[in-house]
Design a protein around this ligand. Sequence first.
Ligand SMILES: Cc1cc2nc3c(=O)[nH]c(=O)nc-3n(C[C@H](O)[C@H](O)[C@H](O)COP(=O)(O)OP(=O)(O)OC[C@H]3O[C@@H](n4cnc5c(N)ncnc54)[C@H](O)[C@@H]3O)c2cc1C
Length: 391
Amino acid sequence: MKRMDLDLPPDDDPRRVAVRRWFAEHPSPTPAELVDAGYVVPHWPRPWGLDAEPELQLIIEDEMRRAGVSKPVNPIGIGHCGPILVALASDEQKERYLVPMLRGEELWCQLFSEPGAGSDLANLSTRAERDGDVYVLNGQKIWTSLAAHAKFGILIARTRNDVTKHRGISYFIIPMDLPGIEVRPIREMTGEALFNEVIFTDVRVPVANLIGEEHLGWGMAKTTLANERVSLSTGAGLQWGYGPSARDLVELCRTRGGLGDPVARQRVVEAFVEGEILRYHRLRMISAAVNKKPGPDASLRKALADPHGKKVFTLARDLMGAEGLLAGSDVGADWQPWMRGFLFSPALTVGGGTSEVLRNIIAERLLGLPHDVDVEQGLTWEESRRLAATR
Ligand SMILES: Cc1cc2nc3c(=O)[nH]c(=O)nc-3n(C[C@H](O)[C@H](O)[C@H](O)COP(=O)(O)OP(=O)(O)OC[C@H]3O[C@@H](n4cnc5c(N)ncnc54)[C@H](O)[C@@H]3O)c2cc1C
């Protein structure tokens, strides 16, 4: 078995020395400087990244944290959309979109889910019909994170009906200010409106905005979802890599004088142990260079990390006592991220692939078990819809 190296390269490693020197020379780098240095996406190919192997990626992350520098924020753009553009967009598209995306100047969203197509995404019914040099788009998307702020979105739509449902899907770049696009924010129980409904009525999308080949967008959509799972799995926090971790909860209990209740102590220890196992799994994933070829490993981590996140946020809420039950109660600043996290946590096992769907992927692709039964296989999309209506 190959040994996994969990120690980061030492202080005198020449790669680390070079990165540390760069941050010393650029103590407050602008987003443009970070992009030019290749530090926003070191694992991407040049000129956007550095073709960095996993160790160099970890060094850059580590040195960036040490220097107190943050990357430009564009989670869906950089995490989900960018890798597809790098792999399959035309040179003109790459030239136009990638640098402003990496600098965080143009926010992106992902227009995939529909009221009738979530886990079974290939069931989507938004249509794009060719009319000369445009596609005319009609339909509805839902749960689109950041749509109200995004400048662009990636969208999949049906361009053919007479083939099986996984075919006849095309992949587009959508400027979110095109006439005929209506964005309706959805209020969530955190009080925020992260996601939205997006309605398309006769929206005219230039043919130049198609990515890859017409009708062959499904493979790209699957790669985007795999990239999404990698992106939601590589950070250390409980909320899809962001926010506090189980270690932070232990630290918080400690600074508050410890826990008198032995049952609560036992739960905190269990959460800590689980968090540490997940931390090592994360390092193993990075060590396996998962950013280069999104694989089922990220599904495994997400299937384990999301229920862990829910459990730790629920534990934190219990530790807050009666005050934790009250919206807007004054639990103190150190508990605030835990309050917000608890309210967000039911979303963890749904977004980016539900835990049940991830277990299907693990069963099929990691364990080699038989495929999920799909009685509709081989039917055209219209035949499949007709069959569904008779059930
Ligand atoms: C916070 C958040 C942000 C999101 N952001 C975006 C976004 O930016 N863009 C976007 O396009 N979408 C987004 N989504 C939507 C997300 O991708 C979908 O919610 C997800 O794919 C599940 O689809 P669904 O909600 O339609 O549930 P359904 O697919 O209807 O599932 C309902 C239930 O059935 C189960 N189920 C379904 N199929 C199977 C199966 N084959 N085997 C076993 N069980 C099954 C599911 O696990 C689930 O419990 C977001 C969701 C959340 C929670």
